[in-house]
Design a protein around this ligand. Sequence first.
Ligand SMILES: NC(=O)c1ccc[n+]([C@@H]2O[C@H](COP(=O)([O-])OP(=O)(O)OC[C@H]3O[C@@H](n4cnc5c(N)ncnc54)[C@H](OP(=O)(O)O)[C@@H]3O)[C@@H](O)[C@H]2O)c1
Length: 236
Amino acid sequence: MTTETKRVLITGSSNGIGKAAAKALSCFGYQVFKTGTRELNEKNYFPADLTSLDNVKKLYNYVKENFGEIDILINNAGQYLYSSIENTDINNIEKLFNLNFLSHYYLTSLIVPDMKKNRFGRIVNISSISAVVGEANASLYAASKSAFFGFEKSLALELAAYNITINSISPGWVETDLTDNALDENEKKETLDIIPQKRFVEPIEIANLVKYLVSNEAKGLTGQNINLCAGLSCGC
Ligand SMILES: NC(=O)c1ccc[n+]([C@@H]2O[C@H](COP(=O)([O-])OP(=O)(O)OC[C@H]3O[C@@H](n4cnc5c(N)ncnc54)[C@H](OP(=O)(O)O)[C@@H]3O)[C@@H](O)[C@H]2O)c1
């Protein structure tokens, strides 16, 4: 199958990292289907709030009927939550886990049968450096993101014989609205001070790594996590 005929679904692609990945893959000739919560007047786009698993099924049904079988799945949609454990609203526990992990578990489970049938698949999960090194006051977020690690190691084994790979990228702070909403100007300066490269990662850097992970060149890479974090995971 050539790049041109490969079909990609990227969650959280109306903005930020997912949008950059969608652009990079489209420019490279992939057929890309996008989703987010906002309304966008674009072909190959379906709005769905993925905190509801019913909406995950609706998204899958729409994509299958209107776009076709998915060869490449980028599990990217997510939200950040900064809160001490005692102040975490009980309602946020289920909501954040649903969005950051369970929606992707469920979506993957719906798409894997076609990948197995076609004996090809690439799955990339966007985790977070907070899941790799921990982040004070972000334990719920970190836990929701670290679930990807056990998920992908197990699925890498389960799907290896079908030419399906599954890996994650763990970004450090990236220049997106998520970062703008999480940090005020002072916090940005303090954060930059502790990042070894003294800069935020650009969305295109994540997009380019996604492009590599879904390529034929990366066929031997599976069950792995790659930290793309301007040095944050190395200590300070
Ligand atoms: N930015 C960082 O520093 C950073 C670091 C590590 C990991 N990450 C991870 O990278 C991923 C992308 O983040 P980003 O920085 O690109 O954030 P972003 O610019 O805020 O974009 C988030 C994307 O997720 C979608 N989304 C949010 N809530 C959703 C919901 N309930 N249902 C469905 N889609 C939803 C958004 O859609 P709408 O805008 O249409 O609502 C948007 O397309 C997230 O999983 C995040 O945890 C980001």
